[in-house]
Design a protein around this ligand. Structure first.
Ligand SMILES: *[C@@H]1O[C@H](CO)[C@@H](O)[C@H](O)[C@H]1NC(C)=O
Ligand SMILES: *[C@@H]1O[C@H](CO)[C@@H](O)[C@H](O)[C@H]1NC(C)=O
Ligand SMILES: *[C@@H]1O[C@H](CO)[C@@H](O)[C@H](O)[C@H]1NC(C)=O
Ligand SMILES: [Ca+2]
Length: 306
């Protein structure tokens, strides 16, 4: 009896109605998600629903000649610059016909601009519209801020579903910065506020738990935090407010008032030399997102000023 049932199941599998065919779709993904000038950019044409597309045709709108044609779904731009901006079209042809995907490649270079947070609110912030492609084993975040606040404020808030303090950069009081990773933090004491803008970078690596901190380009002693932890890449990234839950629950008493600029994030730890080139807005390493091409959205009352 048991055997018969097995046979019946097997036969149904072989001759039964086949699963409804998945619609074949294509989309183009950029790596890194927000390309930076003078760094490599990879566009990949991802096809789902077709077991094996044979041919990929890459074209750029307004260009007579195709960029690339063949079995390769990846288009590499070795050194990205403004002349590469435009609309890219990938036509993937397989056993089930052709599908087309398009991608608008553009730069929003904020060089010499600043985000202005004019007043204390619980609903004004900058949302960063890019996130890492994979969970983070390493990261570095840099930014410049300018404020006369003396209460606690949040500069950079990276919340994930599991942990609203997955990465947080706050200044809880004058002369101290705190970096949170996975809900735990380390502090860095800095000199008395000089009424100048402050440039900070902070890095973390999972294998050692080592946290780096640079204040105006000068490295502070390394510390340790959350060795072996992995930061999820599915994040909501906010400047100027602290997320007390994934994507929200802001507290006006932790809001930032002043200017934030030169925001960068990498999925690697940086060296002092690389930190200094980021301070000059000429990053040596390609960031996940950076000031020379920041995908962002302004929410509430705040402004981008030259
Ligand atoms: C942009 O890159 C192309 C090569 O892809 C190069 O020919 C061109 O000179 C570059 N333009 C600038 C402004 O760097
Ligand atoms: C935000 O502030 C407004 C008034 O300033 C208040 O009515 C509201 O409840 C606050 N929202 C949250 C989520 O704290
Ligand atoms: C993270 O950094 C460590 C130490 O520098 C390195 O060994 C490891 O390969 C890095 N991981 C990734 C995913 O880049
Ligand atoms: Ca929080």
């Amino acid at each position: 009896m048991g055997k018969l049932w097995l046979w019946l199941i097997a036969l149904t599998g072989l001759f039964g109605p086949s699963a409804p065919q998945e619609k074949v779709t294509a989309r183009i993904q950029a790596h890194p998600p927000a390309p930076t000038e003078h760094h490599q950019l990879m566009l990949s044409c991802e096809v789902s629903g077709d077991p094996g597309p044979q041919q990929f045709l890459w074209e750029k709108e307004g260009s007579q000649v195709p960029l690339q044609k063949g079995p390769d779904n990846i288009l590499i731009i070795p050194s990205f610059n403004k002349t590469h901006c435009g609309t890219y079209i990938c036509t993937a042809t397989g056993s089930q016909g052709s599908v087309v995907a398009t991608y608008d490649l553009w730069i929003d270079d904020l060089f010499n601009k600043v985000f202005v947070f004019p007043q204390e609110t619980n609903d004004s912030y900058v949302l960063i519209k890019a996130m890492p492609e994979q969970p983070l084993q390493n990261f570095t975040v840099c930014l410049r801020s300018y404020t006369d606040l003396t209460r606690s404020y949040s500069l950079f808030s990276y919340a994930t579903k599991a942990q609203d303090n997955d990465i947080v950069l706050i200044k809880p009081r004058p002369r101290e910065y705190q970096l949170y990773v996975g809900g735990k933090f380390v502090s860095f004491r800095v000199p008395e506020d000089s009424m100048e803008s402050e440039h900070i970078c902070t890095s973390w690596e999972s294998t050692t738990g080592i946290v780096g901190f640079w204040f105006n380009g000068k490295r502070w002693p390394y510390k340790g935090l959350q060795k072996g932890y992995l930061v999820s890449h599915k994040a909501v990234i906010v400047l100027g407010q602290e997320q007390n839950s994934y994507g929200g629950l802001f507290d006006a008493k932790q809001s930032f008032v002043g200017e934030i600029s030169e925001v960068y994030m990498w999925d690697v730890g940086l060296t002092t030399r690389q930190v200094i080139s980021a301070m000059r807005n000429w990053p040596m390493e390609a960031p996940i997102f950076g000031w020379r091409n920041l995908p962002y959205k302004i929410e509430g009352e705040m402004y981008l000023k030259p």
